[in-house]
Design a protein around this ligand. Structure first.
Ligand code: R1P
Ligand code: URA
Length: 288
């Protein structure tokens, strides 16, 4: 019997994965993931050659060559629920034989960089900064569905965070590290670094109060106030936790670099999105 039956791993008539709707030959080993579908073309416009273009639901994929590097740019849409789909299907494309439905013996490790946007959690991080995630703290739930190994240092830090940060009582956070190898490549002058908080929503789950009152109004400040040696919470978004947790558990290298759009401490919002996202794209394409 095959390792993965049709109810568990859905394969399209043309031999691709169900939601992304791409086939193994459409994918490069270096991948940039973005939330916004329109950002895919903004990035692939820089390619010297385009070899594949597709879109199914919110998942656009452009593969091509940039300065000799083969890259795929894929949109995930918003949220860790989508990341669960994207990471499992990207892994299936390289590590499961979709014809026999059996796991491959020799595994492929993908390099996956999220190029996103985020909110800022510290006064000293200017609006429009590029923020490289050292870790992600999930206050979503996706990571809890999978067994994975966490090193002692990360487990200890997770415990301290859980004790000190004022989260709603039914939120169980999980901490994961970004790939240090990818971070060495993406780091540079002026790049801000820190732990990225990944939320399950944009408003209440990120401490934004419109007309509904929030259960825990101190959550955001207690993230900003948390300090452990040189470690700080730098930013807040909606995908990194599941990307790092599932990606590393499957043997892939994952990290994220995000443009800080909103400083939540200073209550400021960018006026420079187009210019700054272009700068971030050019920065990542050259470093990746
Ligand atoms: C919310 O506006 C969206 O923007 C951020 C969040 O993570 C969320 O997906 O990232 P992207 O700009 O990559 O979508
Ligand atoms: N994306 C988020 O998830 N939060 C912000 O504040 C800005 C962008």
């Amino acid at each position: 019997m095959a390792d993965f039956l049709p109810s568990e791993l859905v394969i399209t008539p043309k031999g691709g994965v169900y939601h992304l709707d791409i086939c193994p030959e459409d994918l490069a080993k270096k991948i940039i993931v973005v939330g916004d579908q329109d950002r895919v073309e903004l990035i692939s416009n820089y390619f010297d050659k385009v070899t594949h273009k597709s879109q199914h639901r919110e998942f656009a994929c452009h593969t091509g060559v940039y300065k000799g590097k083969e890259l795929s740019i894929i949109s995930t849409g918003i949220g860790t629920d989508n990341i669960d789909i994207v990471i499992n299907e990207l892994d299936a494309l390289v590590n499961i034989d979709l014809k026999t439905r059996n796991e491959k013996k020799d595994k492929v490790s993908l390099e996956i960089v999220r190029l996103g946007t985020c909110g800022i959690l510290q006064d000293e991080i200017p609006i429009d900064s590029f923020i490289l995630s050292t870790h992600a703290l999930g206050i979503d739930n996706v990571g809890h569905f999978y067994e994975r190994e966490v090193d002692n240092e990360t487990a200890q830090l997770e415990k301290e965070i859980e004790e000190e940060v004022k989260l709603p009582r039914y939120v169980k956070p999980y901490l994961t590290k970004a790939s240090s190898r990818l971070n060495e490549r993406l780091d540079g002058e002026g790049i801000e670094k820190g732990i990225t908080v990944t939320s399950s929503g944009f408003y209440g789950p990120q401490g934004r109060r419109l007309r509904l009152s929030l259960v825990e109004s101190e959550m955001l400040n207690s993230f900003s106030d948390f300090k452990h040696d040189q470690i700080r919470f730098s930013n807040l978004e909606m995908e990194c936790s599941a990307l790092f947790a599932l990606g590393s558990a499957l043997g892939h290298e994952t990290t994220a670099i995000c443009l800080g759009l909103a400083n939540r401490r200073k209550k400021e919002f960018t006026k420079n999105y187009e210019t700054k996202i272009t700068e971030l794209i050019e920065y990542v394409l050259d470093k990746i």
